[in-house]
Ligand binder design. Structure first.
Ligand SMILES: N[C@@H](CCSC[C@H](N)C(=O)O)C(=O)O
Length: 905
């Protein structure tokens, strides 16, 4: 048998039936595979009307006695056509179509008796493993799992009279290991002649591999995959040559009744016609994807790569390398981020579809194998499986590169053009090369003078625009950065102390003597290394027990903030440096109102600490494109209001540490609040585990708009409200599911509108107003509104305002948001604000969708000038810190903005 490289024509003489007779003048060659696939023709089953497509015999019974068919479970003409066609393309004497790939395996395994022994691979599909385990525990069958890459490994288990079946996958799912099918079949037959060699051929399909040609007795495919190709049906096919075996299989299928329905037979026949053409395209693209990942230095499992240990054997087994591959990243969390960051690759189990899929086998297709067994069998938890579809390979690679980049698995190589990526992972602890480079850079510069300067930082709060409550049940929520912000100012001191002052967040202040902190409990994190997923509970406990002033116990908010602050400070400390400074925090955000005040605090604290510990540094200002002179300040390439002046790596590092602080403050944060606080703008978030693409995605092109945020001043119990919705869902599942579906549509619509650069602004605002009203009505139906929220809504909706309002966050009190269209006049707005204030609420005129993390530029000394002027006596100008602490809350934002140029993410 010849073995052409994939996609080089695949022209070979198949010993397959040719549906037309030879002519004595021009002998016909057998048709090639693609032609066989497309030509559905059964000379024994001619259609009475000559229909081009096989008709669907959608009937359960057939009239008469003694006819060819009596009952569709036993036989059906549409199914006969399909089975004939499958046999034809599989080099098989017999084919059977059943309701799924697992149903096919079930039929085959019913050939076994108690006491029989089965040899199966150690890397195999999770469902197969599950069924074998079931037979082991319920059917008295003995199952041995062995590494099938070397036929010798099977020898000690092959026992004449005992071994009844050898079950092989090649390539295996999901590690793409290769078994030498011909050699194994031959050796099994020599040692245990009665044993059946069964091959799961799903990953290859009959186009690329026909194991019956190598001595297999039975071959089965999950036809849900390549044979059908479109993920619109479930089916399994079984093929064999032996007539007796075929009789037994037909008996089992008829007895248990899992034959494929006529309609699905029709769909499958339609899919099979394009098998060759789909597979050609898919495997060519798979090779490009595998090569790209291999070049980047990932461990890639794909038999087409020259580095694959089974490549040569695979080329003996098959005519192509297929379109499934898998790779590891060295870090499970990184793999999860990659999977979540793709857009074109659908996160889904299965393969063989025209659309490309990405999955994490350990939590998806192979989740039924328990974690310990997975580890024992060498199935890596960080494994990502890719199933390449027919999309344009350039888009597929582009999307994957974006995901790898976004997840931090690769980085743009320094000095290279923008499309040159390099792997960013080093083996230990999942730290990345980019981090290692930062580390080197840090070490290089560690000789530089310790910075003894102030840092003024700020971060926004967040508001949930759509999808609160529903998000808990897997619906997408849209959250945006709100114009109200938290500000932090660090000022150096030289007395071996660190001070924290939380003026608007629990009104707490305290100074610690650095040497008195519980350093014995600290394991510091190396510069550039990430904080592990879990908090260091020993340190948290030590801070709580030995690091806090006694009076803090009555102030839960301040206590949590102080623990988070000290925790970050201590684990970031390295090289014996313990910076001494005061950190003053102000916030214009109401606390406990669901507006992310803790995340904005955490962002400020993390940023200041990272700067003080010199773990991040700000990039130098870009060169002005126009040289400044005395009349012209020059033009600096900093986009709108300094946005994007803080590089992505800085934002990522801050976000990472902010999340650590959020864990201390909240236990199990979703990551939404910190991401909004750091990146600003707006994002869509979907919880994992509900069958939707999960994760967080920034909404590009989000336009900032005005909002009135009204704090009802009624406190609520978020946990109770969330539990209430869950209870309602249990009590009235249909009603609540309907509401959740409607909220998902609202979020989808809002996301589309917010990211649509073409949508005129007035159309966007009126669409948002309608969606706000609709979403609020659903929240009322879920029972999470409150009379005060309804009163605020009514007040804003009344003439002359006519504005749309919804509750935001948990409801039951808390805050309401009112959209302010651009044409609402200031005096009208002020009248509304006054009205709400006199009703006892606290309204804030603000915006949504603005900047994320900001740092007052250190490049213009004038920005921090008030601070740097040494105060000889009390008459002198107040320091920046004094001014900061003295400002009234209403003037804080305006005052901060006037300090100078802010650099934003
Ligand atoms: N929840 C399903 C998972 C099906 S995985 C399907 C396919 N064979 C694959 O490898 O992706 C189950 O538990 O069976």
């Amino acid at each position: 048998m010849s073995h052409p490289a994939p996609n080089q024509g695949l022209i070979r003489d198949y010993e397959l039936p040719t549906p037309e007779p030879d002519s004595p003048f021009r002998p016909r060659k057998p048709y090639r595979f693609g032609t066989l696939c497309a030509t559905v023709d059964n000379p024994d089953q001619k259609d009475q009307y000559g229909s081009s497509s096989v008709p669907i015999y959608q009937t359960s019974t057939f009239k008469g006695v003694d006819g060819q068919y009596d009952y569709t479970r036993s036989g059906n003409p549409t199914r006969s056509h399909l089975e004939h066609h499958i046999a034809k393309i599989s080099s098989a004497g017999h084919a059977f179509a059943v309701s799924s790939g697992m149903a096919a395996l079930d039929v085959i395994l019913r050939l076994l008796k108690p006491g029989d022994e089965v040899i199966a691979g150690d890397d195999l599909y999770g469902g197969t493993n599950r069924l074998l385990t079931y037979l082991k525990t319920h059917g008295g069958v003995v199952v041995h799992h062995v590494d099938t890459t070397n036929p010798v490994n099977l020898h000690k288990y092959i026992k004449a009279g005992k071994t009844a079946m050898v079950l092989l996958e090649s390539p295996t799912n999901p590690l793409l290991k290769i078994a030498d099918l011909a050699t194994i079949a031959d050796q099994v037959k020599q040692r245990a002649p009665d044993a059946l060699v069964v091959v799961d051929n799903t990953m290859m399909s009959p186009y690329l591999q026909r194991p019956l040609e190598y001595g297999a007795d039975i071959v089965y495919d999950s036809a849900t995959k390549y044979l059908s190709g479109h993920h619109d049906l479930m089916a399994g096919v079984i093929t064999c040559n032996d007539d007796d075996l075929a009789k037994q299989i037909a008996f089992i299928i008829n007895s248990i009744g899992n034959a494929l329905t006529p309609f699905d037979c029709f769909l499958l026949l339609r899919g099979v016609k394009t098998l060759a053409i789909r597979m050609d395209r898919q495997q060519t693209s798979a090779m490009s994807v595998a090569t790209m990942l291999d070049r980047l230095g990932f461990k890639v499992h794909y038999p087409g790569l020259t580095s694959h240990p089974g490549r040569e054997i695979h080329e003996r087994n098959a005519d192509g390398y297929g379109a499934v591959l898998s790779f590891t990243t060295g870090d499970k969390a990184l793999s999860e981020r990659i999977v979540g960051a793709t857009r074109l690759w659908g996160i889904s189990v299965s393969f063989g579809c025209v659309n490309s899929l990405i999955s994490l086998p350990c939590v998806m297709s192979h989740a039924s194998i328990d974690a310990a067994l997975r580890a024992e069998r060498g199935l890596p938890e960080d494994l990502i499986r890719l199933c390449v579809g027919i999309e344009d390979p350039v888009d597929l690679i582009d999307d994957l590169e974006h995901a790898l980049l976004e997840a931090g698995a690769i980085t743009v190589s320094a000095g290279a053009d923008q499309h040159q990526f390099v792997r960013a992972t080093v083996p230990r602890g999942g730290a990345s090369i980019s981090r290692a480079v930062e580390k080197l850079a840090y070490n290089e510069h560690s000789a530089r003078k310790k910075e003894d300067r102030e840092w003024f930082v700020s971060a926004p709060g967040k508001v949930i625009l759509f999808g609160e409550h529903a998000v808990v049940h897997g619906v997408t929520a849209i959250a945006g950065a709100v114009g109200l912000r938290c500000y932090g100012l660090s000022s150096p001191r030289h007395d071996g102390k660190v001070a924290l002052s939380l003026m608007d967040l629990g009104n707490f202040s305290h100074e610690w003597v650095l040497d008195d902190l519980p350093w014995d409990a600290v394991t510091s994190i190396g510069v550039g290394d990430p904080h592990p997923d879990a908090l260091d509970q020993r340190l948290v406990d030590a801070i709580q027990q030995r690091g806090l002033p006694l009076n803090i116990d009555q102030n839960a908010q301040a206590k949590a903030a102080a623990v988070a602050f000290l925790y970050l400070y201590m684990v970031m400390t390295h090289g014996g440096e313990r910076p001494s400074f005061s950190f003053a925090v102000r916030s214009t955000l109401p606390v406990g109102a669901g507006l992310g005040s803790s995340a904005s605090f955490s962002t400020c604290a993390a940023t200041a600490l990272l700067l003080l510990h010199q773990r991040i540094s700000l990039p130098p200002l870009p060169e002005p494109s126009r040289t400044p002179d005395e009349h012209d300040p020059g033009h600096v390439h900093v986009s709108h209001e300094g946005r994007r002046a803080l590089p992505r790596q800085v934002a990522e590092e801050v976000n990472h540490w902010t999340f650590v602080a959020e864990k201390i403050l909240h236990g199990n944060p979703s990551g939404v609040d910190n991401s909004v606080a750091v990146y600003g703008g707006a994002l869509a978030y979907t919880r994992p585990g509900f069958g939707r693409k999960s994760g967080m995605e920034g909404i590009q092109g989000f336009k900032s708009f005005r909002f009135l945020l009204t704090d009802s001043r009624v406190s609520r119990d978020t946990k109770k409200l969330v539990a209430g919705v869950t209870a309602k869902k249990l009590a009235e599942p249909a009603v609540v599911e309907h509401i959740l579906d409607s909220i998902q549509s609202i979020s989808n619509e809002a996301r589309r509108a917010l990211g649509d650069a073409e949508l005129p602004r007035d159309a966007l605002l009126s669409a948002l107003a309608a969606l706000i009203r609709e979403n609020h009505a659903h929240l009322v139906a879920l029972g999470v509104s409150h009379p005060v929220l309804e009163a605020i809504r009514t007040q804003a909706a009344a003439e002359p305002y006519g504005l749309s309002t919804k509750l935001t966050g948990a409801g039951g009190g808390g805050c309401a948001v009112t959209l302010i269209p651009d044409d609402v006049k200031d005096d009208v707005l002020h009248a509304l604000v006054e009205g709400l204030t006199s009703s006892g609420y606290r309204p804030y005129l603000t915006s949504v969708g603005g900047s994320g993390l900001g740092v007052l530029s250190p490049y213009d000394p004038a920005n921090y000038a008030v601070a740097s002027s040494k105060r000889e006596d009390a008459d002198q100008q107040p320091s920046l810190r004094e001014a900061f602490e003295a400002k009234g809350i209403e003037e804080l934002t305006g005052w901060a903005e006037q300090r100078g140029r802010w650099l934003y993410v």
